[in-house]
Design a protein around this ligand. Structure first.
Ligand SMILES: Nc1ncnc2c1ncn2[C@@H]1O[C@H](COP(=O)(O)OP(=O)(O)O)[C@@H](O)[C@H]1O
Ligand SMILES: Nc1ccn([C@H]2C[C@H](O)[C@@H](COP(=O)(O)OP(=O)(O)O)O2)c(=O)n1
Length: 270
């Protein structure tokens, strides 16, 4: 695996710091209590150490795009935990398991072997050796994944897998999902919680789905958020020490720059 680059490290200027940890749609990171936009300035480069970054948030906030780009830029591994929940859901559907029956799901949760490739430039996902990267994005899996991922036996199995992948990442890893900062990796070096308006998220998703109806897409997103946020075990939630970044009015490039800056600031402080 490539070592993290030892190039320029930037940190937020003092003017951008504050007690809060919310970044809104501005061209550079700033905090809740700060009125002036933050500036990035060079600091001394320290020895690169493994860094664990947790990126959580609802669907369409930019977790996957941001995480992949940040990991690629910094020479880190990348893990899409949503793909793992989608993969186990695909296996349940393919094997005729009743999705409405949590005990039926729990009984077979240990059966599929899920393998995630963590190269941010070519992330992969297989179930029992079958490449499922395509099928897991289909409407059928998308509509069932919240029910499957709410089952505690599914979560404990996948959480264990995620922790072992993170522990074996030599240079560090960006892990994205819903409960990474709260449950999977509570000691992560940096926790980011991405948000965006439901309208912006639906517009992004329907763009991806080649003109899918905006209203229907928005309703489906809101419904999935509600299911993911209200489940008993490890719901979608912002960790108390996470930096919240509202991406509604940020370009993807701005979000990536913001997160890279925050990671490098952490690294420089190590
Ligand atoms: N800040 C942004 N502005 C505009 N489009 C974005 C932004 N962030 C992500 N996107 C686009 O929105 C879609 C969903 O992004 P994705 O990273 O898959 O979100 P998530 O992983 O949170 O569901 C993708 O097509 C992506 O290119
Ligand atoms: N850490 C995680 C990641 C995803 N999930 C569940 C809940 C989500 O609705 C599904 C799918 O996640 P995914 O990140 O692929 O969804 P989007 O790409 O954001 O639409 O998986 C979870 O419960 N915990």
């Amino acid at each position: 695996m490539a070592r993290p680059p030892r190039g320029r490290i930037v940190r937020l200027s003092e003017g951008s710091r504050g007690a809060g940890n919310l970044v809104r749609g501005v061209s550079a990171p700033r905090t809740h209590h700060s009125t002036a936009p933050g500036r990035c300035s060079p600091v001394e480069n320290g020895a690169a150490q493994p860094v664990i970054v947790a990126i959580d948030g609802p669907s369409g906030t930019g977790k996957s795009s941001t995480s992949k780009a940040v990991a690629a830029q910094l020479g880190l591994s990348y893990l899409d935990t949503g793909a793992q929940y989608r993969a186990i859901t695909w296996w349940m559907v393919t094997n005729g398991i009743d999705i409405q029956d949590p005990s039926a799901i729990a009984a077979v949760a240990g059966k599929p072997e899920i393998v995630s490739g963590t190269d941010p430039k070519d992330p992969t996902i297989t179930v029992d050796g079958t490449d499922v990267a395509g099928p897991i994005r289909g409407q059928d899996v998308t509509s069932k994944v919240s029910a499957v991922s709410a089952v505690p036996e599914v979560r404990s199995r996948i959480t264990e897998l995620q922790r072992s992948i993170a522990a074996s990442a030599v240079t560090g890893i960006v892990v994205e999902g819903r409960d990474i900062g709260t449950t999977v990796l509570p000691d992560a070096d940096l926790k980011i919680f991405l948000t965006a308006s439901a309208e912006a998220r639906a517009a992004r998703r329907s763009g991806e789905l080649k003109g899918a109806d905006l209203h229907t897409t928005r309703e489906a997103l809101v419904q999935r958020d509600a299911a993911d946020s209200s489940r008993k075990t490890s719901p979608l939630a912002k960790a108390g020490d996470a930096v919240e970044v509202d991406t509604t009015e940020l370009t993807l490039t701005q979000v990536i720059e913001c997160v890279v800056t925050l990671v490098e600031e952490k690294r420089a402080g190590k």
